[in-house]
Design a protein around this ligand. Structure first.
Ligand code: ASP
Ligand code: MG
Length: 411
C-alpha cells in the first residue's frame, strides 16, 4: 500500500471533538487505499504550559528533564488519536518517538533526527494495521534519553517520516488554509498560493512566515518530499491548500512569490573601527562564538583608516552581542569608539525564484519604498530574495505597498 503522512498541528487536536474531526479525515484516506502515518502535535497551548512549568520549577533547568516534560503533550494526543480511530473501527496504534525509534542527536531541545528505522511500523502495516499514530516533536538520543526537536518540531517529524517511508505526500493540517503571498492580517489583498517552490518556502519560513518549521522545509527540499499545507477546518479536496514542491512543477512564475516580515530584528553598529585586514573576522568570530545569529552586514566606506560596521541580529541576542564586543574590545582584538543598538527596526523581504530571470526587481522594491517615504537602513540580497531593514513603524506600510507594487494579488 502507498504510505501517506498526515500531520495535525495543535489547533487541529485542541479538543476531543477536533481530534474526532481529524480522525475522520484519516479514515477517509485509509478508505482511499493508503497506509497512513499520522503525526500529532500537543493540544494547542499545552507545550507552552509545560515549558512554563519547567521554568518555574528550575530556572537553570537540566535540558534532559526539560525534554522529558515538554515532550509529554504529544504523548497524550497520540494515544487519544489512536483510541479515536479504534472507536471508528480503523486499526490504529500509537507510537512514542523512542518506540519507533526516532533516533536523534543529543542536542536537547534542539535535536536533529538522524535515522528513522521503518521495520517496526512496516511490520505492523503488514499485519493489517492501517494507521500508525506517532507523537511528533520527540525522539531518543544515543544515550537513551528523550529529546525534542525545537518549537514547531512536529513539522520536521512529519517530513522525516515521509522521507523515511517514501510517502506519496506529506499533508500538514493547520489552522490556515495554505501559504499566502503575505500575512493576510497585514495585507487583506494577500492571496493563497496554489504552489510554492521549496527554495521560496525555505526563505519565507526563515524570514518570519510561521506556517512551517524552517528545518522541515530544508528536509523536504533535500529528500524531495511533496509537502502540502492545508486547513483541517475546511472540506477535503485534492486542490486544497498549498503544495510546496520542486520549481519545475510550477508553470507560471511571478518575479516575486511573497513578502515576509520580521519584527524581531535589531540593528547594531560599531562606530569607528580600524579598517585593516582581518577586522571582519575579529568582529564576527567572537559574535559567532557567543551564539549570535548575524544576518545582514554592511561595512561603510572608510575615512582615514576608520569605518563603521553595521549588522543585524535577533532582538533577544542584543545583550549577548554587546557583551561579546565589549570583551573583544577589552582584550584588544578590536577597537571601536561606540556601539549603538537600534531595536526599533523591522526586516521586510521579497522572495521569488523568478528573480533569477527578471531584472529590476530590487530597484522596484527600493523605488516603491521611496514613494512611501520609507528610509532603508540596511540591504541584503541573495539570488532569490531582497531584504531591507526599515523603522518598525513603517512595517505594515512597507508590506502593503510592496504587495501592491508587485501585484501579488494577481495569480
Ligand atoms: N508542540 C510543539 C510546539 O509547540 C511541537 C509542535 O507542535 O510542532 O512547539
Ligand atoms: Mg506549527
Amino acid at each position: 500500500m502507498p504510505v501517506l503522512v498526515m500531520k495535525f498541528g495543535g489547533t487541529s487536536v485542541a479538543t476531543l471533538d477536533r481530534i474526532r474531526r481529524a480522525a475522520k479525515r484519516v479514515g477517509r484516506e485509509v478508505a482511499n487505499g493508503y497506509d497512513v502515518i499520522v503525526i500529532v502535535s500537543a493540544m494547542s497551548g499545552e507545550t507552552n504550559k509545560l515549558v512554563g512549568y519547567v521554568g518555574e520549577t528550575s530556572p537553570l533547568y537540566d535540558a534532559r528533564e526539560y525534554d522529558a516534560v515538554v515532550s509529554s503533550g504529544e504523548n497524550v494526543t497520540a494515544g487519544l488519536m489512536a483510541l479515536t480511530l479504534q472507536e471508528m473501527d480503523v486499526p490504529a496504534r500509537s507510537w512514542q518517538g523512542w518506540q519507533v525509534p526516532v533516533m536523534t542527536t543529543s542536542a536537547h531541545s534542539a535535536a536533529r533526527i538522524e535515522e528513522i528505522p521503518t521495520d517496526n511500523i512496516m511490520a505492523k502495516f503488514g499485519e493489517g494495521m492501517k494507521v500508525a499514530v506517532v507523537a511528533g516533536f520527540q525522539g531518543v538520543s544515543p544515550e537513551g534519553r528523550i529529546t525534542t526537536l525545537g518549537r514547531g518540531g512536529s513539522d520536521t517529524t512529519a517530513v522525516a517520516f515521509a522521507a523515511a517511508f517514501d510517502a506519496v505526500r506529506c499533508d500538514i493540517y493547520t489552522d490556515v488554509d495554505g501559504v499566502y503571498t503575505t500575512d493576510p492580517r497585514i495585507a487583506d489583498q494577500a492571496r493563497k498560493l496554489d504552489k510554492i517552490a521549496f527554495e521560496e518556502m525555505l526563505e519565507l519560513a526563515s524570514l518570519g512566515a510561521k506556517v512551517l518549521q524552517t528545518r522541515s522545509v530544508e528536509l523536504a527540499m533535500r529528500y524531495k518530499v511533496k509537502l502540502r499545507v492545508l486547513s483541517s477546518f475546511e472540506e477535503m479536496s485534492d486542490e486544497a491548500g498549498t503544495l510546496v514542491c520542486d520549481e519545475e512543477e510550477i508553470m507560471e512564475q511571478n518575479a516575486v512569490a511573497g513578502v515576509a516580515y520580521s519584527r524581531d530584528e535589531a540593528k547594531m553598529t560599531l562606530i569607528s573601527v580600524a579598517d585593516r585586514p582581518g577586522i571582519a573576522a575579529a568582529i564576527f568570530g567572537p559574535l559567532a562564538e557567543a551564539g549570535v545569529n548575524v544576518d545582514m552586514i554592511v561595512q561603510n566606506i572608510s575615512e582615514e583608516g576608520r569605518t563603521d560596521m553595521t549588522f543585524s541580529c535577533p532582538i533577544d541576542q542584543v545583550a549577548r552581542a554587546e557583551k561579546a564586543m565589549d570583551e573583544a574590545k577589552e582584550s584588544g582584538e578590536i577597537n571601536f569608539r561606540e556601539m549603538v543598538a537600534d531595536t526599533n527596526v523591522a526586516k521586510i523581504s521579497i522572495v521569488g525564484i523568478g528573480m533569477r530571470s527578471h531584472a529590476g526587481v530590487a530597484a522596484k522594491m527600493f523605488s516603491t519604498l521611496r514613494d512611501e517615504g520609507i528610509n532603508i537602513k540596511v540591504i541584503t540580497t541573495s539570488e532569490i530574495k531582497v531584504s531591507v531593514l526599515v523603522d518598525r513603524k513603517y512595517m505594515e506600510l512597507a508590506v502593503q505597498s510592496l504587495h501592491d507594487a508587485f501585484e501579488l494579488e494577481k495569480a
